[in-house]
Design a protein around this ligand. Sequence first.
Ligand code: PHE
Ligand code: ZN
Length: 879
Amino acid sequence: MRTNQPQTIYLSEYRVPAYLVDTVDLRFELFEDGARVHSTLAIRRNPESEEGAVPLELDGDSLVLESVALNGQDLAAGEFEDRGDKLIVASVPEKFELSVVTWIEPQNNTRLEGLYKSSGMFCTQCEAEGFRCITFFPDRPDVMARYKTRVEADKSAYPVLLSNGNPIESGDLDDGRHFVTWEDPFPKPCYLFALVAGDLVEKRDTFTTCSGRDIDLRMYVEPRNAEKCDHAMDSLKRSMRWDEDVYGREYDLDIFMIVAVDDFNMGAMENKGLNIFNSSCVLASKETATDAAFQRIEAIVAHEYFHNWSGNRVTCRDWFQLSLKEGFTVLRDSQFSADMGSDTVKRIEDATLMRTAQFAEDAGPMSHPIRPSSYIEISNFYTLTIYEKGAEVVRMIRTLLGPELFRKGSDLYFERHDGQAVTTDDFVKAMEDASGRDLSQFRLWYEQAGTPVLEVTDQFDQGQGVYRLTIRQSIPDTPGQADKKPQHIPFALGLLDEHGKALPLRLSVDEQDAPTERVLELTDAEHVFEFHGLTEKPVPSLLRHFSAPVRVHYPWTREQLLFLISHDPDGFNRWDAGQRLAVDIIQSLVGQPKDTPVDPRLVTAYRHLISDSALDQALVDKMLQLPSEAYLVELASDADVPAIHAARERVLKHLAIALRDDLVACYRRNAGDGDYAVTPEQVARRSLRNTALAWLLMINDEEGRELALRQFREADNMTDRMGALRALVNSEYEADRDQVLGDFYQRFQADPQVVEQWFSVQAASSVAGRLGKIHDLLAHDAFDWRNPNKVRSVVGAFAGQNLSGFHAEDGSGYEFLADQVCRLDDINPQIAARLVTPLARWRKFAPAYRGKMKAALETVRDKSGLSKDVYEVVHKSLV
Ligand code: PHE
Ligand code: ZN
């Protein structure tokens, strides 16, 4: 058990820095047994600080201090104090130069924060607080400085030496070593610092900006990945053009670099001019990456690129403001993806992620507002709430202001705060100032946690021709927050007549030319809206496009939902109606006898969808996906996962049996698509045929099995090969399953990104991923505890996707996860803290499961030397 209690950091205790750093001069000597870091900082007292001549305090973590000098004079032992996590110099002048030499061991750094080694190369990760693992520094984002970085290493092992900005000098040194010096003209916080040294191949391209400047684009990857760069490079160029067109943002440096590394805690990192990516989020070829991976890569490349303005040029004052850069940037990348593909499909994907995972987070023990007011470990706050809900909040501002005023607001924000470290409030203020709108109540979205619930009821007054919609708003209590105030919610809706015609929404009797869709603004706990001039009770289409991240409760009848599935002019709400219907039907079967009939209307609706080739096939593909187990669990209280799993599977099999011939026809209609391209049409075709395969195999269909085996053998792309593999892995054809898994591994074993997919398709499978199998995967040669992708692809996939395996009645899944979390905590606490999340939600589950989950969590709590990352999650979930 840990003896010292980790400290909580509070937003209310924010103080401006006592000292500022103007320039940072770094020299890295990289060796196999460690690295020496020479740092010279030009420091001065902050005129805005009231603290005066206080001691200088620099942050540090796992550093061996070799020397400290002030204005060129070595400090004697009594003149500074090295406390490990702080270097304190008691007495400093108003303005001075501090030189510090530290020794670090990148080769032993398994936390992957600071400077570390990944398959032979050196690389860095400094967000949020990794720079302090490199040298002593005021490690906070409101200290912005200009960096000059000299990197020295063995020339044959590390021919490529990179850092932020532009290369200004290079040359050879003694003993086969060489150096390159980089200079970044833009002041930046230290979390955006980056360094890379390795034996990498370079891919080049150029981009001409709107003002006619030629930007040198470079990707650096290991030689075996040389052929997997094109998609990321194309995505980068599209992102650069889009940010100019849509947000008026031009790139600023002359070079933009992307590096791929295999060992990385997150997806990617927006270091100034030198983005570092997890290999799985940047490398792709059609043979090795699925359509989903191609789309994810495009989105992440865009996301990191967009940070150059929303994050780097304008950065965060402190880490409580994280959503300032992340929420806004996620909104920007999601707008970009929508523009590159289908708006409706992207909205469906975003809403699904919100409703499945963010709502769950918001209802769990780690629930926090998009601007938290305290934390123990900031790494735990890179959450769906900060990112995805943060994006939804900025999207709502856009909805309230309209696209033009929103753009005016973003222009003002960038202009007003360029080069500054600011707050979410500064962002909202810029939006207010540019639009003249009052967003004071809207600001509650930044302060209050929890998902608002809207209870909607309606009533039709035949005599007056008035339809009355009553909307009540409430926000559930969350840890540390009760009795919340109503929030300002944009609520988009339409009304349909019995033929599916969109009715004009007249808010007064005499309103002329009323629109057929409106965004109502909810500000009070209860509103009554009256719609005039109607002759019959309409069917409401509520919260169109998911116009706010809220839950809507309305007493839908199945008839109404069926009607909306085929008639709603809004594609998003057609999909939503389908989901609600399927949820209602599955929920009604949970815990019921096996022979309880499935509502035949679901079959009819699905038959229409599958066979209607006039409909947008991308939308059809989305509509065919049944609500996931995770979503059904989120909607349940006292969730009984095996019962939910059984009910869902029952509906799936029922549909597959009833629609067997339609599925075969769907498969054949969508087979083959010419030259592989990731277009919305092709993606939909591939997804539809793979859905058809999966369903056919669920019911042991022989023809389906043959189609799957042939597709597996003949596929020329990973989407099809993986589609067939997944269908077989989740089937009862055990011999086929072992055969294709073996073949697949043989073919791709040299490619880590594919091996990760091979791990996760097994671990995520309720059929193939029994606990014994999971242990085998952990013992596999290709598994590596120090590689986060491998850990996620086995342990993460098991606990996060194979829900019925994880929630095995005997509690073995829980004990397993607790063991792995304890083991990982000593290697990589950030990853351990993320993995423990499924256990931390123990209160959500039926009593028979809850107790066992809690017990497993307590074993984690009692581990000796627990990291503060895991400590925070475990303790907050046990209080
Ligand atoms: N800032 C990165 C991104 O969103 C995420 C990240 C956080 C990466 C922390 C590494 C460490 O784009
Ligand atoms: Zn980001």
